[in-house]
Design a protein around this ligand. Structure first.
Ligand SMILES: NC(=O)c1ccc[n+]([C@@H]2O[C@H](COP(=O)([O-])OP(=O)(O)OC[C@H]3O[C@@H](n4cnc5c(N)ncnc54)[C@H](OP(=O)(O)O)[C@@H]3O)[C@@H](O)[C@H]2O)c1
Length: 259
């Protein structure tokens, strides 16, 4: 059975990935939609052309992840696309953030994304696509978004390195790095939207555009997907040295072929 898996599918970009993949996926039997909120997942599942499976899961819960691992072992699917989209952000100075807010970002954006990648990779074969939703915040440290930006830098760095490691297996990895996108994320991240600057408002992207660009870039095997000129400029000005370093330390083909 060929499946696509999307985390964070109940809202924003995850939901949009499901809608656009539903229209563009070829030989895929099911789309698995993961998040904690059952109702929006079921509504989305009903609207899709491809058969969808709703998996209500808190990705920060180790027991739930173990159960998901068992489901994969029983079903033994081929995962053609994995979109790790679930993520949270909290926009506040570090000293004002609670332990719970900081833990939530680290556990979901870093630990859960890494665990999902680990759990799914054995089921991905040549031609499979791994889409990791990072952020333009990955490119520069951000005051008042310190932990969030650092967590997205982790996603970006992991994705770029994994992309090199998985080349030998024919699996592409695309780090999606948008600037501000018009989703519920922003009202959840900002207690007070007055902290959301004029420049950010001006550069805000549409969810559908970011997702379309991500899927187009993943089809052509691009390692980084950036929608919009302002983030592209930020990326180009910060990443040239990293790109050179990555190419210098590319693993030998033998080291990249493991299951
Ligand atoms: N919007 C932006 O400006 C922006 C910019 C750059 C990058 N991003 C990144 O884009 C990704 C998607 O965000 P979005 O903008 O689409 O925000 P969103 O609408 O708030 O979606 C976040 C998704 O994550 C899920 N989620 C949250 N906690 C979870 C948990 N513990 N377990 C499982 N699922 C969980 C939510 O579903 P439930 O609440 O139902 O669990 C929801 O489906 C995130 O990784 C975010 O960091 C967003």
């Amino acid at each position: 059975m060929n499946i696509a898996i999307i985390t964070g599918a109940s809202s924003g970009m995850g939901k949009e990935f499901a809608v656009q993949l539903d229209k563009s996926l070829g030989k895929t039997d099911e789309i698995w939609l993961l998040a904690r909120s059952r109702e929006p997942l079921e509504k989305l599942a009903d609207s899709l052309r491809i058969k969808a499976r709703v998996i209500v899961i808190d990705l920060t819960d180790e027991t739930a992840l173990k159960q998901f691992e068992e489901v994969l072992a029983i079903q033994n699917p081929k995962i053609t696309v994995l979109v790790n989209c679930a993520g949270v952000g909290s926009h506040k100075f570090f000293a004002r953030q609670s332990k719970e807010e900081i833990d939530a970002m680290i556990q979901l954006n870093i630990t859960a994304l890494t665990r999902m990648t680990m759990l799914c990779l054995p089921y991905m074969k040549s031609g499979s696509k791994l889409i990791q939703v990072s952020s333009g915040a990955a490119f520069v440290p951000q005051s008042a978004f310190a932990v969030y930006a650092a967590s997205k830098a982790y996603v970006y760095s992991l994705s770029r390195a994994l992309g090199q490691e998985l080349k030998g297996r024919g699996i592409t990895v695309t780090a999606v790095c948008p600037g501000p996108v018009n989703t519920p994320f922003l009202t959840r991240a900002y207690e007070d939207m007055s902290g959301f600057g004029a420049l950010k408002k001006l550069t805000m992207a549409k969810t559908a555009c970011v997702v379309k660009k991500a899927l187009d870039d993943c089809k052509t095997g691009k390692s980084v997907s950036i929608c919009g000129l302002p983030v592209k400029i930020l990326y180009l000005s910060t990443q040239s040295i990293q790109n050179v370093m990555l190419k210098c330390f590319r693993p030998q083909p033998k080291a990249s072929c493991h299951n």
